[in-house]
Ligand binder design. Structure first.
Ligand SMILES: CSCC[C@H](NC=O)C(=O)N[C@@H](CC(C)C)C(=O)N[C@@H](Cc1ccccc1)C(=O)O
Length: 660
C-alpha cells in the first residue's frame, strides 16, 4: 500500500488532549478541558467541553483562554473553574442549566485547588499571599530623574527559584473560602507555612482537611507533608497524621465516616511505594489497603457507597484503575489510561468516578494523545477522537512491546520499538535509543510526538524502562538507590543488542538521546562506549557535585540520592558523574537545554560542552531561550528540540535522508 503523509514537526500545533475530567453523578456526561496548541501565542490553551456516553461533544466555554482546575458542584448544577480570560487567573462559575457564567473573584494572585463543600455552598481554594520584602540595603545619592541600574537582588530563603516558576517572591500559600454566590473570599490560614496540598471537606462542612508540610524545618524536610484538620468555627488547625514521610490527597468518604489518603514511611531511599490509608474518623484506627500491592498509588476516588476506593497506579508502563474494597482484594477495571505526556511517552493520566461506579479516564493509544474514555459494564469505551482530524490521514509509527534479559544479571527488562512508517523487516534501518528521566518514572505504549517524529524521519526508535524505573515495584526502583547510573547502562545496551539481533538495524547507524535523567544516561553511554555514531544529551546532570548545589530542589537531591553532602563524599559524587568519563568520549555529542531550566541548570550542559571542546570531540550546544526543564511546554520549543536532534544525527549518517 502507498504511504500516506507522515508526521511533521509543525504538526505538534495541531495536537489536542483531554484533561481535568469531571463525571456527573449519574455517569451520563463528562466535562473536560480540551487542550489545544495556539500557534500565535505558542502556548497550550484550553476550553471546557462536555461529552455524553454516546460520544456527543458540546462546548461549554469558548475563547482563546487558558481554562483549568475545573470542579463540578456536588449537585452537578454548577461548574467552577479557573480562567485567565480577564487577563489574569480568576475563579469563574457556569450555571449549567441556564449557561449563565460569571467571574467570581478579583484576586491579585492565581487561585488553585477549587474544592466544593458537600452542600455546594462554599468553595475552598488556595492562593499565594506575598509578603513585603524590605531590602537590607538602599543606595544613597540617587539624583532625581537619574536612571540607575536595577537594584541588587537579596536572597536568604532555602528555595529561591523553582523550575517553571522562576525566582520566588517572599510569601506563603494560604487557604481561602469563597461563597458559591460570589463575594469576597475569606482567608482561613495565616501562618508561615505553604498550606498548598489537596483539600477535602467533612460531610457536615464543619472541617476542612488539607495536606501541607507544616514542620518548623519544612524547607529541609522536603517530603514530610501531613494531613491537617481546619475547624471552620474556631480556625483551629490540628494534625491528623504525624509520621515521618509524606501524607497527602485527603479524601473524606461520602458517608463522612472515613478519611482516605496517600503516603509512605520515609526510609530515606530514592523510592518507596505510595500506599492508600483509610482512617476511621471516630476511632482513629488507620489501615493501609495496599500494603501488598507493590506499586505506587497516584490517586484515589471514593465509591459512592463508602465501601471502597477506586485507585490509579502504574504497572509495567501502563496505568490502571482498580477497585479496592475496604476489606478484601482489589479488582482490576482498566489499564488503558495515559496520553497526557504528548512529548515523550511517560505514563501520565487521570480518572474520575460517578456515584454508580462508571469510571472516566484519559484514554491512551500509541498513536493518539489523551482522549476521554469510559469504563462501564466491564468495557472500555473511547468517547472522543480529538486528533482523528489532525492525525487520522497520517501513517504513524507502530509501537511494539518487547522484553529482554539484561547482560548485567539476567534481569527481565521491558521496552518498546517504534517502527518507521512503511517499515520493511527485510531492510536495514538506523536506530535511535531514546532514554527517559526521573530516574524513577516510566515510559509506556503512549503517544509521544518526539518518538513519532524520529520514526517519521526513518529511524527505528527504541525506548525501555531500565532498572530504577517505576511501575515494576519497590525492589526494581530501589536497585539504583545510591547507585545511579550503574547497571541501568547494561540494560540499555542489552536493549540495543536485542533489537539489532532482530535483523533490521544497520549496526553502523546507532544514535542515542535522552533528557534529564535520560541526559545523564546518554552522557554516561558516550563515556563508556563508542558504539554510537552521534549523541544528543538533553538537559543533563553532568556533575552531581555542582548539580546538588545549583538545582532548585537541592534539599531533596543530596538527602535521598546520595549518602552524604557533596563535600563529605567527593569521591562518591564524582564516580557517578558523567564528567569523570569525558576523557573517554569520541562520539560527536551535542548538548540541548533550556536557559531557564532550574532543575538541571544549563551550567551542567556548559561543563560538558567545554570539556568536550577541550578534548577535541565534535560538539555543539543548543540553548533554548526562556525554556524551563519541560522544554516541550511551548510547541515551537518541542519542534526546535526534535529538529536539532534530527539535524545532528543526520550529519553523521552514511546516507542522509532526502527531505521532501
Ligand atoms: C522528587 S523530585 C525528583 C526529581 C524529578 N523526578 C521526577 O520524575 C526530576 O525532575 N527528575 C529529572 C532529573 C533529575 C533532576 C536529575 C528528570 O529526569 N526529569 C525527567 C522526568 C520528568 C518528567 C516529567 C516531569 C518531571 C520530571 C524529564 O524531564 O524528562
Amino acid at each position: 500500500t502507498e504511504l500516506s503523509e507522515t508526521l511533521q514537526s509543525q504538526d505538534v500545533f495541531d495536537l489536542e488532549y483531554a484533561a481535568d475530567l469531571n463525571i456527573t453523578n449519574d455517569g451520563s456526561e463528562v466535562y473536560f478541558i480540551r487542550h489545544y496548541m495556539d500557534i500565535h501565542s505558542d502556548k497550550k490553551l484550553g476550553n471546557i467541553w462536555k461529552v455524553t456516553q454516546n460520544g456527543e461533544l458540546t462546548p461549554v466555554t469558548t475563547g482563546k483562554h487558558q481554562q483549568y482546575g475545573m470542579a463540578l458542584s456536588p449537585d452537578n448544577k454548577r461548574l467552577a473553574y479557573i480562567s485567565s480570560e480577564s487577563g489574569n487567573p480568576q475563579i469563574h462559575m457556569q450555571w449549567l442549566e441556564t449557561g449563565a457564567t460569571g467571574q467570581m473573584t478579583n484576586l491579585t494572585t492565581a487561585p488553585s485547588r477549587l474544592t466544593w463543600s458537600a452542600d455546594g455552598k462554599y468553595l475552598a481554594f488556595q492562593m499565594f499571599v506575598p509578603e513585603k520584602a524590605t531590602p537590607p540595603v538602599s543606595l544613597p545619592g540617587k539624583p532625581e530623574g537619574a536612571e540607575w541600574a536595577e537594584p541588587a537582588i537579596y536572597i536568604d530563603d532555602v528555595y529561591y527559584r523553582f523550575d517553571g516558576g522562576g525566582y520566588t517572591k517572599p510569601g506563603y500559600t494560604q487557604i481561602f473560602l469563597l461563597s458559591a454566590q460570589g463575594g469576597t473570599p475569606r482567608q482561613l490560614t495565616f501562618d508561615e507555612f505553604n498550606n498548598n496540598g489537596a483539600m477535602s471537606w467533612s460531610q457536615d462542612g464543619k472541617q476542612l482537611y488539607f495536606s501541607a508540610n507544616r514542620h518548623q524545618n519544612f524547607r529541609l524536610e522536603p517530603v514530610n507533608t501531613d494531613i491537617y484538620r481546619y475547624e471552620l468555627a474556631s480556625g483551629e488547625i490540628s494534625a491528623v497524621t504525624d509520621r515521618n514521610g509524606p501524607d497527602n490527597q485527603p479524601s473524606v468518604s461520602p458517608d463522612g465516616r472515613y478519611l482516605a489518603y496517600l503516603g509512605y514511611d520515609d526510609r530515606g531511599t530514592n523510592y518507596e511505594n505510595t500506599q492508600v490509608y483509610v482512617r476511621d474518623l471516630s476511632s482513629g484506627k488507620t489501615q493501609s489497603l495496599t500494603a501488598d500491592l507493590d506499586r505506587s498509588v497516584d490517586s484515589l476516588h471514593w465509591d459512592g457507597s463508602s465501601r471502597g476506593l477506586y485507585i490509579q497506579y502504574d504497572d509495567q508502563g501502563k496505568t490502571r484503575v482498580a477497585y479496592q474494597p475496604l476489606k478484601g482484594k482489589a479488582k482490576q477495571l482498566t489499564d488503558k489510561l495515559g496520553g497526557q505526556s504528548y512529548g515523550r511517552p511517560y505514563t501520565s493520566s487521570e480518572f474520575d468516578v460517578a456515584s454508580d461506579g462508571t469510571v472516566t479516564f484519559t484514554y491512551s493509544a500509541p498513536d493518539r494523545p489523551a482522549d476521554v474514555g469510559l469504563h462501564t459494564g466491564g468495557k472500555d469505551i473511547q468517547l472522543t477522537h480529538l486528533n482523528d482530524d489532525a492525525l487520522g490521514h497520517k501513517t504513524l509509527a507502530k509501537v511494539e512491546e518487547f522484553w529482554f534479559k539484561s547482560s548485567a544479571d539476567g534481569r527481565d527488562i521491558q521496552g518498546w520499538i517504534a517502527y518507521p512508517p512503511g517499515f520493511d523487516k527485510d531492510k536495514k534501518y538506523p536506530m535511535v535509543l531514546e532514554i527517559h528521566g526521573g530516574p524513577v518514572t516510566a515510559y509506556g505504549p503512549h503517544f509521544a510526538a518526539e518518538i513519532q517524529l524520529y520514526a517519521a524521519a526513518g529511524y527505528v526508535v527504541v525506548y525501555i524502562n531500565p532498572r530504577g524505573s517505576s511501575s515494576y515495584g519497590e525492589e526494581f526502583a530501589q536497585t539504583i538507590h545510591l547507585n545511579y547510573p550503574s547497571q541501568d547502562y547494561d540494560d540499555l545496551m542489552s536493549a540495543v543488542d536485542t533489537v539489532i539481533d532482530k535483523g533490521f538495524i544497520d549496526e553502523r547507524e546507532l544514535f542515542v538521546t535522552g533528557g534529564s535523567g535520560g541526559g545523564v544516561l546518554s552522557a554516561w553511554i558516550v563515556g563508556h562506549t563508542d558504539r554510537f555514531k552521534a549523541a544528543v544529551v538533553a538537559k543533563p546532570v553532568i556533575n552531581w557535585y555542582s548539580f546538588v548545589l545549583t538545582s532548585d530542589f537541592y534539599p531533596y537531591f543530596y538527602k535521598y540520592w546520595f549518602a552524604a553532602k557533596p563535600w563529605e563524599d567527593l569521591e562518591g559524587y564524582m564516580q557517578r558523574s558523567p564528567i569523570s568519563y569525558v576523557g573517554n568520549v569520541t562520539t560527536p555529542t551535542m548538548l540541548l537545554t533550556g536557559e531557564a531550566d532550574y532543575r538541571t541548570p544549563i551550567s551542567e550542559s556548559e561543563q560538558y560542552y567545554q570539556a568536550l571542546k577541550l578534548q577535541g570531540v565534535e560538539t555543539a550546544m543548543v540553548r533554548i531561550p526562556d525554556a524551563p526543564h519541560g522544554i516541550y511546554k511551548r510547541p515551537s520549543n518541542l519542534m526546535s528540540k526534535v529538529e536539532y536532534i534530527l539535524w545532528w544525527f543526520e550529519q553523521y549518517r552514511d546516507e542522509r535522508p532526502v527531505k521532501n
